[in-house]
Each structure stands twice: as structure tokens, then as C-alpha cells.
Design a binder for this molecule. Structure first.
Ligand code: ADP
Ligand code: DP6
Ligand code: CO
Length: 355
């Protein structure tokens, strides 16, 4: 009898905000980076992608993706690479066990929603591709570990490989040409440093002018400063950051975070023509963090900006009153993801994606 069943699986995935940034590809096809990076995975109860993957022999046509209610193109090489790799793993299971339904031969329908702004510098591509890969892995009942799945998610969006883990996560750039050693690993679980919090300052919820993919390619091609970043600055920051996390040393964590964000945005300004992701409000947020630390007489807050104007401030729970109190008067009281709002001022860390 023909199998007309619709097979379905869902997952949610968290965003991660890097404290040592990925910026630059040495191989655009395989999405291999020019440097290692390190991030903090934020709680899915505040920022997350929810993705459902389904497949059926009754589906006709090509694979499809509905993103935030709109049809989205899946013909790009990176989404195709994820589908291809996941199908190959499913096909291997089917080859080994004739009783398994041949899901690898059915069209895929993916439905995904982000509960925060998409393409605004808040890591939607990270949560988005981590969720896409995990949802299909669940649908196909793949036995692969988070680290193995991170190799696939990386090909969708580099930063996505880090969202397969909770807590403090490194993406090791690797050395191999085929990218088989360019994957994420856990530096420390969220429970290692449970007082860590993030505040998210929405400067603009709009889509950025220059995507991360395009921006970093322009930087690699034109910035001289970038060479120094990848050869000396980032390797030093990675070592200092791992040490800061291991010892729960907030001042060191904070200084490296702020310096690395500044270094990344300096290479954007050194790109020709220059790319500006931060705007005047972003810069005011930097000054506000400096004022908080100066007034406290120690470092209690650290700003960082991805490829967009939105600010993430890391702080520890014991300093919540100081840090949030200082930001309160600067902000509109808008609810939700509106420009000028602080949303989810006390985002905790995530323990890890649901496998
Ligand atoms: P961001 O700073 O939000 O990560 P990027 O420029 O890196 O911005 O990537 C944005 C792109 O990521 C979107 O245009 C879309 O192609 C992809 N993306 C975002 N969310 C999802 C999702 N939930 N599922 C699949 N792809 C997604
Ligand atoms: C500034 O992972 O979005 O957020 O691999 O081209 O999809 P693609 O880029 P993406 O770049 C993220 C850049 C960053 C820094 C970081 O997350 O490490
Ligand atoms: Co991105």
C-alpha cells in the first residue's frame, strides 16, 4: 500500500551573540571562516526560531520554506547544502534498514517563525539555520550529535553552528580544506556561570542594508586592517575569552567583548567603500555603558554589536539594578520589538537546543 502519511517534526532554536566575532570567509562555498569565534547562547524563552519540517510522498514540486508567513527562496546554495547533507544521512539509514520509510525521497516543507526581528543584527540566521537543521534531523530521526549537526548548520549560516549548543560556545575555524573540522564545541555550559545576563536594546528592528554574508566578503576583499584582526587580534581575544569564562572573570570577559566588537566594526569602517552598521544611537549606548562602568568604579557591563545597530549588553545578575537603572531613562517605554525599546532586559543563557 502506498505511504501517503505526512511526517512532521518541530523544534525551537536559540540565538547566540558572539563575544569574539566571526567576520570573513576563507571558502564561501563551504562557509569556512577566516577566524575562530566564541558566543553566548541566549534563552529561547526570549528569542527563538520555531521551525516545523514535514515531508510526504503526496507533496508535489520542490522543497519549500515559509519564513514568517512569506514564501522564501530555498534554491540558494547554502540552504540546498543543508537539505542535501541531511537527506544523505537519512538515505544512509534507509539503505541500512529496508523497513524505514523513504523520507529522503520526499519533498520537504519547512515552516519557520522568528519571534524577534529578522535580518536586523540579532542573529536570525543563527537561530534560523540551527532550527532548520535540527527540525529536519528530528524528522529524519538522525542519530547525529550537536557537533555533527553544527557542521551542516554552518553551511547554512556560519553563526548557526554555534546555536546547536547552549551556554558558552566556540566555533573552531579548523584547517581542513573540506571543512570537516570547522565546527562548534562547548566551552562551558550555561550553569558554569549562571549569573550572566543580556540586555537587548532595539535601536532598529528593520532589515539591515548590507547582509552579513555580503558585508564580510567586501571586508575580506578590501580591508588591510582585517589582516591584522585575523592574524593577531582574534587569536589573542579567543585565548583571553576562554580564560575569562573558565575563571568567571567578568572584567576580563567584558573588556575582550567590547574590544572585539570595536575591532570588528573598525574593519567594517576600513572596508572600501566603508560599511557602517552602528548608528548614533548605537554609539550613545557605548557611551552609556562606559558611564555605568565609570560610576561603578569597576566593569559591570559590556556592550557588543553584531552586523546591525542593535546593542546587546552583558552583565551579571548582581549588577542588574545598576545596569538596567542606568538605561531606563534613555529608553522609550515601547513594548516589544520597537525601535528605542529595551526588550527582555534580563535574558538568561540557554541550556541547549531540543534534540
Ligand atoms: P541576522 O543578523 O539576523 O543574522 P543575516 O544577514 O545574517 O541577519 O541573515 C538574515 C537571513 O537569514 C534572512 O534574510 C534569511 O535568509 C535567513 N533567515 C533568518 N531567519 C530564518 C529562519 N527562521 N529560517 C531560515 N532562514 C532564516
Ligand atoms: C557579526 O553567520 O550571519 O554576527 O555565514 O554569511 O550567514 P553567514 O554570516 P553570519 O555572520 C555573523 C556575523 C556576526 C558575528 C558572529 O555572529 O560571530
Ligand atoms: Co546572521
Amino acid at each position: 500500500m502506498a505511504d501517503t502519511k505526512v511526517y512532521r517534526a518541530s523544534t525551537t532554536a536559540p540565538v547566540n551573540i558572539a563575544v569574539v566575532k566571526y567576520w570573513g570567509k576563507r571558502d564561501a562555498k563551504l562557509n569556512l571562516p577566516t577566524n575562530s569565534s566564541l558566543s553566548v547562547t541566549l534563552s529561547q524563552s526570549d528569542l527563538r526560531t520555531l521551525t516545523t519540517a514535514s515531508c510526504s510522498s503526496t507533496y508535489t514540486g520542490d522543497d519549500s520554506l515559509l519564513l514568517n508567513g512569506e514564501p522564501s527562496d530555498v534554491s540558494g546554495a547554502r540552504t540546498q547544502a543543508c537539505f542535501r547533507e541531511l537527506r544523505a544521512r537519512r538515505a544512509a539509514l534507509e539503505a541500512a534498514n529496508a523497513e524505514l520509510p523513504k523520507l529522503s525521497t520526499f519533498p520537504l516543507k519547512i515552516v519557520s517563525e522568528n519571534n524577534f526581528p529578522t535580518a536586523a543584527g540579532l542573529a536570525s540566521s543563527a537561530a534560523g539555520f540551527a532550527a532548520l537543521v535540527q527540525a529536519i534531523a528530528n524528522l529524519y530521526e538522525l542519530p547525529d550529535s550537536p557537533s555533527e549537526l553544527s557542521l551542516i548548520a554552518r553551511q547554512g549560516s556560519g553563526s548557526a553552528c554555534r546555536s546547536l549548543f547552549g551556554g558558552y560556545v566556540a566555533w573552531r575555524m579548523g584547517e581542513k580544506e573540506d571543512g570537516s573540522d570547522s565546527k562548534a564545541d562547548l566551552v562551558a555550559p550555561a550553569s558554569h556561570w549562571p549569573s550572566m545576563r543580556a540586555l537587548i536594546l532595539v535601536v532598529s528592528a528593520s532589515k539591515k542594508g548590507v547582509s552579513s554574508t555580503s558585508g564580510m566578503q567586501q571586508t575580506v576583499a578590501t580591508s588591510g586592517l582585517f589582516q591584522q584582526r585575523i592574524s593577531t587580534i582574534v587569536p589573542a581575544n579567543m585565548a583571553l575569552m576562554e580564560d575569562a569564562i573558565k575563571n568567571r572573570n567578568f572584567p576580563q570577559f567584558a573588556e575582550v567583548t567590547m574590544r572585539d566588537s570595536n575591532s570588528f566594526h573598525a574593519t567594517c569602517a576600513d572596508t572600501y567603500p566603508p560599511i557602517f552598521y552602528m548608528n548614533d544611537v548605537s554609539k550613545a549606548a557605548i557611551r552609556a555603558v562606559e558611564a555605568i562602568n565609570a560610576q561603578a568604579g569597576k566593569t559591570v557591563a559590556a556592550y557588543t554589536f553584531d552586523a546591525g545597530p542593535n546593542c546587546v549588553v552583558y552583565y551579571q545578575e548582581e549588577d542588574a539594578a545598576t545596569v538596567l537603572g542606568a538605561f531606563a531613562p534613555l529608553l522609550a517605554t515601547a513594548e516589544g520589538w520597537k525601535d528605542g525599546s529595551v526588550v527582555n532586559a534580563s535574558v538568561k543563557l540557554d541550556e541547549g537546543i531540543a534534540g
